[in-house]
Design a binder for this molecule. Structure first.
Ligand SMILES: *Cc1c(COP(=O)(O)O)cnc(C)c1O
Length: 455
């Protein structure tokens, strides 16, 4: 039997525009608020942190935004990415489901993150910026931005969560290969870092703290801007390149997905693969379920509150309308570092509120079990984050089997796990544990919030 495994596009097929779902959302988002005045923020409030073109994209209601030629040229290093049919994994699961995956691990830093790092670095360069500051958890975003800055000739300063800096030296070295300066956060270089260290000199750091430090560096310097690897509207839009390509590839396969699945940290890879398909549901032409899979230890979508909250720990960013566990929330140290963020982006939050997307929380042991099964069947070792999507896929595929119905599943294999083998080492050694998030944990944290609720 000669079955098709890969659905490949050529460079000419790389999309020429990103898709902006803001144009088609039935309910507009609540506006982000200034943390001091609680008034809606305007472009001038964001100008110290971001180049004007990205600010325009952040609030744009245009459905299609042109991808600059220079960005498309950089994309050609690894795009278009392949779409695979998971024949062997289907067989292993003995399921009637058709399972497809879009593989984003072929990028220079090994995940979907360069899809937005490249345009962000490009627009900064265009507007005369010299340096970009950012934060990174386990190092996926820091390495993607380091690569993009190096590509366009910008300096890059990365605040890396201290516990990861110490535990994951290879990601830091990867950033050094691309000439970035990397600090273990909290540092004594910023007011934000010093205030955390004063409370706890041994602080292991968190993504929220590292964001505070990187934002402060950009706010204090004329020629430095800040960059975020998820959550924001323009980031989600850049990632739409994944789903737009996948749409062409699913056409080649002669199918349209019944369900699109992706792991969920701040929402960028989920939005990237799902929104181009969701647009057909929003215009009433097709039905599709979009399913976000989050870790049970950091369940903002399934257990969080929909309200205004800060993007960082110290409270320097605008207030964003989001599903959140509270900006002081310190998630358990699970191995999917990229999913340990307290909130969800505003667009995804509004769509969840409007029941246009779905979310499920899964434990890390189930994720690693499914990740290893997938690697045995399909060959690629998934990033710990991506194993969450695979756990979600297996649940859907087994349900289809039970109910004896065919279903077509598309998921985002958003990164490989070759820099994360220590996580697999801990899994094989039986050192990983599930984490049972309690309501007490949630309320302890949310009751400290004095950010505005959403009516
Ligand atoms: C950063 C990261 C995530 C989580 O971020 P999203 O914005 O939700 O995509 C998931 N998977 C990988 C491989 C990542 O690097």
């Amino acid at each position: 039997m000669d079955r098709q495994k890969k659905f490949l596009l050529s460079e000419r097929d790389i999309p020429r525009q990103w898709y902006n779902i803001q144009a088609h959302m039935p309910n507009a988002m609540h506006p982000p608020l200034h943390p001091g005045t609680l008034e809606p923020i305007g472009p001038a409030d964001l100008a110290p942190l971001f180049p004007m073109e990205l600010i325009k994209q952040e609030v744009s209601k245009e459905p299609w935004i042109d991808i600059p030629d220079e960005v498309r040229d950089a994309y050609k290093i690894w795009r278009p990415t392949p779409l695979y049919r998971a024949h062997a994994f289907e067989k292993l699961l003995d399921t009637p489901a058709h399972i497809y995956y879009k593989y984003e691990g072929n990028s220079p830093s090994g995940s979907h993150k360069p899809n937005t790092a490249i345009p962000q670095a490009y627009y900064n360069k265009q507007e005369g910026v010299k340096k970009i500051s950012t934060e990174t958890g386990a190092g996926q975003w820091g390495s993607a931005l380091s690569f993009a800055c190096q590509y366009f000739g910008l300096e890059c300063e990365v605040f890396m969560v201290k516990i990861s800096y110490n535990q994951k030296p290879y990601r830091k070295l990867l950033m050094n290969v691309w000439d970035a300066t990397v600090h273990a956060s909290p540092t004594d270089r910023t007011q934000a870092g010093r205030s955390i260290l004063a409370q706890d000199p041994n602080s292991p750091g968190s993504l929220g703290i590292a964001i505070s430090e990187a934002v402060e560096v950009a706010a204090m310097s004329q020629d430095t801007k800040y960059s975020l690897g998820s959550v924001l509207n323009h980031v989600l839009m850049h990632q739409s390149i994944i789903g737009l390509e996948a749409e062409l590839q699913m056409e080649m396969a002669g199918e349209f997905p019944d369900v699109v699945i992706a792991p969920f940290g701040g929402g960028s890879n989920f939005a990237g693969i799902a929104f181009p398909f969701l647009r057909h549901k929003l215009n009433g032409s097709k039905n599709v379920r979009c399913l976000a899979i989050e870790p049970a230890s950091c369940p903002k979508l399934t257990k969080g509150q929909f309200r205004y909250d800060f993007g960082d720990t110290v409270g320097m960013t605008p207030l964003i309308p989001m599903y959140t566990l509270g900006h002081n929330f310190l998630p358990a140290p699970i191995h999917a570092g990229g999913l340990r963020y307290h909130g969800a982006g505003a667009i995804v939050s509004q769509l969840l509120k409007d029941q246009l997307i779905e979310a499920v929380a899964v434990q890390q042991l189930e994720c690693f079990k499914r990740g290893v099964e997938f690697a045995k069947a399909e060959g690629i070792v998934p990033a710990p984050e991506a194993t969450h999507a695979i756990a979600g896929v297996v649940r859907e595929a087994l349900k289809a089997k039970e109910e004896g119905r065919q279903t077509t599943i598309l998921f985002n294999l958003c990164g490989h796990g070759y820099f994360d083998m220590s996580a697999y080492q801990d899994y094989f050694a039986g050192k990983l544990v599930d984490h049972h998030f309690t309501d007490d944990e949630l309320y302890a944290n949310l009751k400290e919030l004095n950010t505005p609720e959403i009516a």
